[in-house]
Design a protein around this ligand. Structure first.
Ligand code: GLP
Length: 261
């Protein structure tokens, strides 16, 4: 059966570890070829082995972040930059402390800002002033969210304050100290902001992501599934493991195959 070529490239790796390696190689390659273009970075357990590989590549002298800059997707409202479950600490722990990215060029929204709405608008302006993002790295939530854009987020949305769903708060409770509840709100880049990146890399691993990935790549494109917006972008690569890609039919895998990184 023939199928029109999808708008995205799909790379299914045997294991989560192999997917992390493929993602890190792509990121390192983009840093080497265009070091001045800002990176868009994501948090989440999926990214931990990706960042570990990037740190190893830096130690091996294969990549330098010295000329890079980065914008993270999101941060919880109300968490300071030293909160153990906040994304500032996550990024320091898993990437920034291990590479030569200049700290003043590694940006995240300030979750502790007195006025979260003003902070969100300011973050969007900073991205604009940097002339946008080159490679945007994304994970995906079990409900299809990207960044913290929950189902129902407009595809035109910009960086803003959002309410988190109960499902997302439950999924992320594992990162919080026992007894501490997950914040109700976050600042996130919008879907419109994300779609303006030159290129997007979505990484999904593990069976928990199987349905979200299938909905994003095969289901109707719409606000019910934020990750489906990626099909409107012309330069998207999905790297997943076999568990996350288990519901993707062989015909689509074949049509979207592209081993080039
Ligand atoms: C968080 C982040 C997302 C991330 C998602 C998946 O909610 N805001 O950017 O993609 O979780 O996380 P994990 O990789 O831990 O499943």
């Amino acid at each position: 059966m023939s199928r029109a070529r999808p708008s995205f490239a799909l790379q299914i790796c045997e294991t989560a570890d192999a997917a992390a390696g493929a993602a890190a190689r792509l990121i390192a390659q983009r840093i080497r070829s265009d070091p001045g273009r800002p990176l868009g970075l994501a948090t989440g357990a999926t990214m931990i082995p990706v960042y570990a590989r990037l740190a190893a590549a830096f130690r091996a002298g294969e990549v330098s972040f010295a000329r890079s800059s980065s914008f993270n997707l999101d941060e919880y409202v109300g968490l300071s930059s030293s909160h153990p479950a906040g994304f500032h600490v996550f990024m320091r722990e898993h990437l920034f402390a291990h590479v030569d990215l200049p700290p003043d060029r590694a940006l995240l929204p300030d979750g502790a800002a007195a006025d979260a709405h003003a902070e969100a608008a300011d973050y969007e302006r900073r991205i604009e002033r940097a002339a946008g993002i080159g490679l945007q790295v994304l994970g995906v939530g079990v409900n299809g969210h990207i960044g913290f854009n929950e189902p129902g987020s407009p595809f035109t949305s910009r960086t803003r304050v959002v309410e988190l769903t109960a499902e997302t708060r439950r999924a992320n409770a594992r990162f919080f100290p026992p007894g501490e509840s997950v914040p109700l709100r976050a600042i996130t880049m919008g879907i419109g902001t994300i779609l303006e990146a030159d290129e997007i890399l979505l990484v999904a691993t593990g069976g928990r992501k199987r349905d979200a990935l299938a909905a994003a790549l095969l289901g109707p494109i719409g606000e019910h599934c934020p990750a489906s917006a990626l099909r409107l972008h012309e330069r998207v690569r999905i790297i997943c493991d076999q568990a996350a890609g288990a519901a993707i039919p062989a015909t689509l895998i074949e049509a979207a195959r592209d081993e080039r990184a």
